[in-house]
Design a protein around this ligand. Structure first.
Ligand code: FAD
Ligand code: NAD
Length: 448
């Protein structure tokens, strides 16, 4: 006989923890299912382990920048030690998460969840039925559909490398390529990025990314744009990556080839047909309440929902919305205004709100202020030559529409702009705010 719950959550990542906790706190019975260690992508295979590695490589970058300015000697990354440092965070995550679920009275199941009926899933021979089922099953690297794709290492493999290969090729030029190239280059590897588009980090402002590319060059990272990877061959000494670079076939040899070509949900294993959950062009068909339009028992949150950007804060935001609708009936809608986004390069690049292109497309009248500011104190004090910004402010209302930053502490300063954009603060209000000095946030007034 099937075990009965008010809510079954598929996945045990960020979205799952938020939704399960909220629904359980309201007194409902909840089960969480994952076929991998509990904790999900961000804590185990994404944001957090990545940032632990960045902790080491950014220290090396800073030491290098300060050489001849009061810091002497060679500082290098000890990769195995840095990996141990990372594991000091990641290793305890699954048991902590399971303890957290247990302490809340949430049941946990290990195995792949597969629908067997509109309200039921099978997990390794155990049937779970529920009034509601939340898909919080995240995303996986997309299938690149090229010969030799099986030779590509995933981002997870890269984050767990016990030894750093000499030459790494990254297939793709988005977030993962930007961040991993910096980690690998600062740890001593030769890095080549093969990016199909005309530039890296397409979500970010082109000028700001252009300034960042100068730093990539300084780090020795080779970025090839208009280079679509078409095939990967395995040879005795490693791999040969074939690409079509602006119509010309090129090859690059590598010791490791890493998939950085995008992520998408994998619905195959879940058998959505058995639940009557409709997909359209690879996406769940959801209403404004994050509920399946064809099976009202099913909601979705986070990367699997593909509604907001595939970022951790969006997963928890979606989960709060879905939990509220499950508990109280449909009334909450996700609000994706001003989701800040950061690529943790050296230095970080960050954005929030509208790009110039998007603001123009919306027919808005706005002023742009933009400058490279390596001469400002924030950059000089950090001995960082890459520092710049672009801000968009609406004419008439004076509302801050968007901010695009690259430089020391951009990953933190962007949150102040996020507050302004989300809550409709004006440029005047931001400029009249006192920020502690000397901090990078104290530059905000000059950026507007
Ligand atoms: C390398 C990397 C770095 C990143 N860095 C950042 C960052 O710095 N900042 C940021 O905001 N975002 C970052 N992200 C994105 C972020 O990790 C995701 O947006 C977020 O973790 C998604 O959370 P989620 O709860 O939606 O899904 P996940 O955390 O992916 O959880 C889904 C879980 O569902 C399980 N699952 C899937 N199918 C089934 C099934 N059928 N049965 C049972 N279990 C199943 C999976 O095993 C997985 O554990 C990064 C991603 C990657 C890959
Ligand atoms: N700091 C962060 O917030 C962070 C970090 C890492 C990942 N993420 C999340 O994970 C997602 C996946 O990251 P990602 O970097 O894999 O994807 P991405 O979508 O950021 O970039 C993928 C890039 O790969 C290119 N590409 C695809 N196939 C290619 C091919 N055959 N040859 C050459 N280029 C090819 C695409 O043109 C695209 O520009 C991100 O979209 C983001 O949501 C976030």
């Amino acid at each position: 006989m099937a075990k009965q719950y008010d809510l079954v959550v598929i996945g045990a990542g960020t979205a799952a923890m938020t939704a399960a906790s909220k629904v359980r706190a309201a007194g409902r019975s909840v089960a969480v299912v994952d076929h991998r260690p509990f904790g999900g992508t961000c804590a185990l295979r994404g944001c957090d382990p990545k940032k632990m590695l960045v902790g080491g490589t950014s220290a090396v970058d800073h030491a290098k920048r300060m050489r001849g300015k009061g810091v002497a000697g060679e500082v290098t990354v000890d990769w195995p030690e840095l990996q141990s440092f990372k594991r000091s965070f990641t290793d305890p995550v699954p048991s902590k998460q399971e303890q957290s679920y247990a302490s809340k009275g949430v049941d946990t199941y290990h195995g792949l969840a597969r629908f067997i009926a509109p309200n039921s899933v099978d997990v390794g021979g155990v049937a779970l039925s529920a009034t509601h089922i939340l898909l919080a099953s995240g995303a996986e690297p997309v299938k690149l559909g090229i010969p030799g794709a099986e030779y590509l290492a995933t981002s997870e493999t890269f984050l767990n490398l016990q030894a750093l290969p000499r030459h790494i090729v990254l297939v793709g030029g988005g977030y993962i390529a930007a961040e991993f190239s910096n980690i690998a280059a600062l740890a001593g590897a030769k890095v080549t990025i093969l990016q199909r588009s005309d530039r890296m980090l397409k979500n970010f402002d082109p000028d700001v990314v252009g300034w960042l590319m100068e730093k990539f060059t300084a780090l020795g990272i080779e970025v090839r744009t208009h280079a679509a990877v078409t095939r990967v061959d395995r040879i005795d000494t490693g791999f040969v990556v074939h690409a079509d670079q602006a119509g010309t076939p090129v090859t690059v040899s590598a010791d490791l080839v890493v998939h950085a070509g995008g992520r998408a949900p994998d619905f195959e294993v879940m058998d959505l047909n058995a639940a009557g959950v409709q997909l359209e062009r690879g996406r769940l068909v959801l209403n404004e309440f994050l509920q399946s339009v064809t099976n009202p028992a099913v909601y979705a949150a986070g990367d699997v929902a593909q509604r907001g950007p595939a970022l951790t804060p969006v997963s928890s935001h979606d989960a709060k919305v879905a939990a509220a609708n499950i508990l109280e009936g449909n009334h909450a809608r996700p609000d994706y205004r001003a989701v800040p986004s950061v690529a943790f390069t050296q230095p970080a690049v960050a954005m929030v709100g509208l790009t110039e292109e998007a603001a123009k497309a919306q027919g808005l009248k706005f002023r742009v202020k933009s400058s490279q500011t390596a001469g400002w104190f924030t950059a000089r004090q950090a001995a960082e030559s890459t520092y710049g910004f672009k801000t968009l402010v609406e004419e008439g209302t004076d509302r801050v529409l968007g901010a695009h930053l690259v430089g020391p502490h951009a990953e933190d300063v962007i949150n102040v702009f996020a507050l302004a954009v989300r809550h409709g603060l004006t440029s005047r209000e931001l400029k009249s705010t006192m920020f502690a000095y000397p901090t990078a946030a104290s530059d905000i007034g000059y950026m507007l």
